[in-house]
Ligand binder design. Structure first.
Ligand SMILES: [Zn+2]
Ligand SMILES: [Zn+2]
Length: 401
C-alpha cells in the first residue's frame, strides 16, 4: 500500500467529518437516556444502530455480557482496540433509574469511540490494519473491562485506547489503584430505653470506626484517599442496632501503597470494635489497578490532537490529588494503553456533579466527541503504519509494567 501517513490521516478525518452530525446525535441520545452499570441496553443498541446505519454489522452482547459489544474489522496488521464507555451515575436528579445522569460524560466516550472505531473499520482493509471496537459497560464501580479482560476480549490487542472528558487536554493523568472494604459490625440488640445496658450498639461501634478513619485522613499523603458510606445503621431508634454496615473505598498511587493504607483503615474498625465490645467482619474486594499510560502512544495521541488545534497541559502539572480510578487501569497492565483526557468544561467544574452533567451535552462536549474521534483514529493509523512507533510502544510497556 502506497498511502502516506499524512494522506491516511486526512482521509480518516474527512470520514469522521462526514459522520460528525450523527456522532453528536449519538452522544446526545445516550446523554438523554442515562443508564446504570450493566443496564446500558439503550446505549448499546443505539451505538450498534449507528454502526449498522454506516453499513457495518453490529449487535449487542459480547463475552457473556448483555451490555457489551464487539465489532472487528481488518485481517492483518496490528489490532487497535478502541473502548467505548456509556454508563451513568445514580442520585443526580437525572431522568434515568435512581436519578441517573451522565455526570462522568461517558456519552462522550461512547460516541468518540464509535467515531474513531467506525473510521478505522472503514479503512482497515485498505491500510492493512485491524481494529476492535469494544463496548465496555459498567466503568462506574462495576469493572466491565475486568470481566472483558478475563473473558479474553483484549487477548490479541496490540494497543488499547479511549478518551475521557475533563476540564483540560492532557496526554496522561494519574489514575489510582483502588479497593473496597465492606465492614459489618455485630453487637447485641436490646430495648434502647428500658435495658440499653444489656445491648452492644453495633452502630456506635461503626461510627467510632468511621470517625477513626476520618481522623486518620489528616495524615494521608496526597495520593492516598478514603471515602465511605454507611449502608445499614439499624432500623428503629428504640432498638439498639445489632448489626451495622458500611462500605469504604480506598485509593493510592500504586498497589503497594494501597496495601499500607488498607492495613491502617482495617485497624480503625478493629480498634472501634474492641472499644465498643462488638465483633467486626472485614471483607476486601479488589477495585481497579492504577493506570499505566503508554508514553509513546500518548505522545502520538497528543501530536494528533494538537494538529486539530487542541492545546495540552503538561502532565507534570496535574497533581495526583485530582486523580480518580478507572477499570482501564486493569487493561493497561495487560496491553499498552492510553486514556488521555479531553477538554470539555471549565476547571471549576467537579466530576460526578450535576454541573458536569450539563457540560456533558454542550458545544464543548460535541467538539470533544469529534476531536476525540479524530485524534484516536489518527493514532490508530500511526500504530498501523509506523513500525517505529509500535516498537517504541512495546519497549515502553516492557519497562513500565
Ligand atoms: Zn468516567
Ligand atoms: Zn466517573
Amino acid at each position: 500500500m502506497d498511502v502516506s501517513l499524512d494522506e491516511a490521516k486526512a482521509a480518516i478525518c474527512a470520514l469522521i467529518d462526514d459522520h460528525a452530525p450523527s456522532l453528536v446525535a449519538l452522544s446526545h441520545d445516550i446523554w438523554e437516556h442515562p443508564e446504570l452499570a450493566y443496564e446500558e441496553h439503550y446505549a448499546v443498541a443505539r451505538i450498534c444502530r449507528f454502526f449498522r446505519d454506516a453499513g457495518i454489522h453490529a449487535a449487542p452482547g459480547a463475552y457473556g455480557l448483555d451490555t457489551a459489544f464487539e465489532i472487528r474489522a481488518g485481517h492483518v496488521g496490528p489490532n487497535v482496540v478502541v473502548c467505548c464507555e456509556y454508563d451513568a451515575l445514580p442520585d443526580l436528579g437525572g431522568p434515568g433509574p435512581h436519578g441517573a445522569a451522565h455526570a462522568c460524560g461517558h456519552n462522550i466516550i461512547g460516541a468518540a469511540g464509535a467515531g474513531a472505531g467506525l473510521a478505522l473499520a472503514v479503512l482497515a482493509e485498505e491500510l492493512g490494519g485491524r481494529v476492535t471496537i469494544l463496548g465496555t459497560p459498567a466503568e462506574e464501580g462495576g469493572g466491565g473491562k475486568i470481566r472483558l479482560l478475563r473473558a479474553g476480549a483484549f487477548q490479541d490487542a496490540d494497543v488499547a485506547m479511549m478518551i475521557h472528558p475533563e476540564p483540560g487536554d492532557v496526554a496522561w493523568v494519574p489514575y489510582l489503584a483502588s479497593g473496597y472494604l465492606d465492614v459489618v459490625m455485630r453487637g447485641r440488640s436490646a430495648h434502647a430505653s428500658s435495658s440499653p445496658w444489656k445491648g452492644v450498639n453495633a452502630l456506635d461501634a461503626l461510627v467510632l470506626g468511621y470517625t477513626g478513619v476520618m481522623a486518620l485522613r489528616a495524615t494521608f499523603q496526597p495520593d492516598q484517599k478514603v471515602a465511605g458510606i454507611i449502608t445499614n445503621g439499624g432500623n428503629r431508634p428504640n432498638v439498639i442496632p445489632e448489626v451495622a454496615s458500611a462500605t469504604f473505598q480506598v485509593r493510592a498511587r500504586t498497589f503497594a501503597r494501597l496495601q499500607q493504607l488498607r492495613e491502617r483503615v482495617e485497624a480503625c474498625f478493629m480498634g472501634a470494635a474492641a472499644q465498643a465490645g462488638a465483633v467486626c467482619e472485614l471483607q476486601w474486594r479488589d477495585g481497579y489497578k492504577d493506570l499505566v499510560s503508554n508514553r509513546p502512544l500518548a505522545r502520538a495521541y497528543q501530536a494528533n490532537a494538537q494538529g486539530l488545534g487542541r492545546r495540552f497541559v503538561d502532565p507534570r502539572r496535574v497533581p495526583v490529588e485530582v486523580a480518580g480510578s478507572t477499570d482501564m487501569g486493569n487493561v493497561s497492565y495487560e496491553v499498552p494503553s492510553i486514556h488521555p483526557v479531553i477538554s470539555m468544561c471549565p476547571l471549576s467544574v467537579a466530576g460526578h456533579s450535576r454541573e458536569f452533567v450539563n457540560h456533558a451535552r454542550s458545544p464543548a462536549a460535541d467538539a470533544a466527541v469529534v476531536d476525540g474521534a479524530k485524534a484516536m483514529a489518527m493514532t490508530g493509523i500511526d500504530v498501523w503504519l509506523s513500525v517505529e512507533l509500535l516498537d517504541a510502544v512495546r519497549a515502553d510497556f516492557r519497562t513500565q509494567v
